[in-house]
Design a protein. Structure first.
Length: 202
């Protein structure tokens, strides 16, 4: 029950970030709803399609859909009356990334995927929705820039899998992986850490 509640929290956070992206792009209400929904459930949807898990998780359980609508409404009301809490959103986004990445890895693990595929599926679950959001917003996706985002998810999933291989309890491995993702992402934000780029010689 706790993990389900945390998953819905992640959905809400990503829906809010998608709604803010829609507002910044001056989309109409339908555009905001579409962008928020894709951001919130896009990664998990791609994961389920690739793994052949049907029905898709948000079709099987409408909880994420209601959560998305509630998050959109709350975001619209908030930005109308108050300034956007950017720092709080960044922290919540890091937590959402961690929750989705590790839960996505668990889904792939239960499907019998190899470790590298599990890392890929977990990263896709955590960052896939944001990639689609950025593409629809005409931006270079965050994971293709120097920002430590997808790499934070990869690090956390790797920790989770290593602990699982060492026969650690599932709950403990989940918590350690989640903390790794969140701590890595927040450290990158606080200390402005970035991956190296390789510019072409002039």
């Amino acid at each position: 029950m706790l993990l389900y509640a945390l998953d819905l929290f992640g959905v809400a956070v990503f829906a809010a970030s998608g709604a803010l992206a829609g507002i910044a792009a001056r989309l109409d209400l339908l555009g905001i709803v579409v962008l928020a929904s894709i951001t919130a459930v896009g990664g998990g949807t791609l994961r389920d399609v690739l793994l052949g898990r049907y029905p898709i998780f948000w079709i099987k359980d409408a909880g994420p859909i209601y959560t998305i609508l509630a998050a959109i409404a709350a975001t619209l009301v908030w930005v109308h009356f108050l300034p956007i809490p950017l720092h709080a959103l960044l922290i919540a986004d890091a937590l959402g990334l961690g929750l989705f990445a590790i839960s996505g890895a668990q889904v792939a693990e239960k499907a019998g995927c190899q470790p590298l595929v599990t890392i890929l599926m977990g990263t896709l679950t955590g960052a896939g929705g944001g990639v689609v959001r950025d593409i629809l917003s005409a931006k270079v996706p965050l994971i293709l820039r120097q920002d430590i985002y997808a790499s934070a998810a990869i690090a956390g999933i790797a920790v989770y899998l290593l602990l699982r291989a060492a026969k650690a309890p599932t709950g403990g491995a989940f918590a350690a992986g989640l903390v790794t993702v969140v701590a890595t992402r927040l450290a990158a934000i606080v200390f402005d850490l970035q991956l190296p780029v390789f510019p072409l010689p002039r």
